[in-house]
Design a protein around this ligand. Sequence first.
Ligand code: PEP
Length: 252
Amino acid sequence: MRKKIVAGNWKMNNDLNQTIDLINELKELKNIKDVSVMIAPAYPFLKTSHDLLEDSPIEVVSQNVHQKSNGAYTGEVSIEMLQSIGVSTTLIGHSERRAYFNESDDVLLAKTEFALDNNFNIIFCFGEELSDRKSKKHFEIVKIQLDNTVMKIKKESWKNIILAYEPVWAIGTGETASPEQAQEMHEFIRNCVENTFDKSISEEVSILYGGSVKPSNANEIFNKKDVDGGLIGGASLSAKDFKLIIEANSSL
Ligand code: PEP
């Protein structure tokens, strides 16, 4: 059965004390046995976060990773470094990495292959811009983004992939895709995976929705058949809101 997941992307927010406080509040969350919860704090606080959550099912994940094992890449962080502090999952391809750090599909493919070949799990993010949706090219763009990256991955690696559909026009804007828009795109993505690989893979891969998910809209979105959870930005910075969003994905 597909995993239900809620992941919080804290981006470049929270200093050390704020990170610790937020984690301590999240640790109070009990009884959510059917939802995997992940948080992605900033790099300097990953080890502290991981240690604080040692006895908790909440997984600490990285927001990014480099595609080389080591070397003269000033400012970058490697898979091996992350593994050495107990982190084994990373986001790849967030729209902010694509837009502000010029991460192309080729770079994202290199990161994806390197991570998966080194026993890392990935949450692969993708999604169309507002202009793509307005010109009704959203399905086409999403297919190209997938074809250039994860569709080139070995079949055996798919057990380590989570997909996150994040329409760029809905990220941090307060504008959310309607539950119907999310469902039709998630169904399309699942069909793309089935057509390139097979049904056993497409039925098993968790596909998260990201883009202004809040306590008030989470339930409706997560209730859709092909939406397995969410990647949450702004609302994951409030323990109260993030907990409500996690609870919205639980069917217990
Ligand atoms: C994100 O950055 O992945 C995201 C979904 O942000 P927000 O929830 O703030 O739109």
